[in-house]
Design a binder for this molecule. Structure first.
Ligand code: ADP
Length: 215
């Protein structure tokens, strides 16, 4: 489903990624680990088209997304890719269900509410749908952001330290949810994490060191 070929990225003369090759199969849950500053978020951003590599290719569903125009890349990003961040990045003035609908509205799908409600129900948040983020717990906020990531039926979901800001019980629930979503909906996940429980649960664990994948 997703391939990275010889990805290089430097910032201000600092070579962060020095030739990353990887491939992710449909319905895999893959974790990415490595020391702080190793380049995990940089890699996730490149794989997710939030940034472009200096050299190398990112290929999603047989399309070389890293060489698309910004406009085409934005629509691939919105329609094919879901993101979950450490700090959920929900809009504070919108309710849970409104937040979940936003990527669908951007796509031009005005009928997203039924799907959003279905996702919130699967994620155990049906009764919280009209709450604003400030009225939800950290774990609930993060589950809203999972629903938002799934609203457009993405091919792949990238999560960057998704449980980094959660207490251990909420983190465990979130981790279990990723595998439930894979098992029930066939969702593919690539997850950057420092959480060794989550990293170990994944189908594969990739480690980045010195700008390359070492294991
Ligand atoms: P990790 O996610 O493994 O902690 P990052 O990918 O965030 O690592 O960062 C890797 C290195 O690249 C760090 O030295 C960081 O300071 C640098 N870096 C990341 N993004 C930028 C940027 N936009 N501008 C300059 N340097 C950056």
């Amino acid at each position: 489903m997703l391939k990275a070929e010889d990805i290089h990225k430097s910032y201000n003369g600092l070579d962060v990624l020095k030739g990353i090759n990887l491939s992710i199969e449909k319905e895999e849950v893959v974790s990415i680990v490595g020391a702080s500053g190793a380049g995990k978020s940089t890699l996730l951003h490149l794989l997710g088209t939030l940034d472009t590599p200096d050299r190398g290719k990112v290929i999603l569903n047989n399309v070389e997304v890293s060489s698309l125009t910004q406009k085409k890349m934005s629509s691939v990003r919105n329609e094919e890719i879901g993101f979950i961040f450490q700090f959920h990045n929900l809009f504070p003035e919108f309710t849970a269900i409104e937040n979940v609908c936003i990527p669908a509205f951007i796509k031009g799908n005005k009928q997203a509410e039924a799907k959003a409600l279905e996702l919130l129900t699967i994620l155990g948040l049906k009764d919280r749908k009209d709450h604003k983020p400030s009225e939800l717990s950290g774990g609930e906020q993060q589950r809203v952001s999972v629903a938002r990531a799934l609203i457009n039926d993405p091919s792949i979901v990238f999560a960057d330290e998704p449980s980094g800001n959660l207490d251990s019980q909420s983190a465990d629930e979130l981790h279990k949810l990723f595998f439930d979503l894979r098992n029930k909906m066939g969702q593919t996940f690539v997850i950057v994490t420092h959480n060794m429980d989550l990293a170990g649960m994944a189908d594969r664990k990739l480690e980045i060191k010195d700008g390359i994948i070492t294991a």
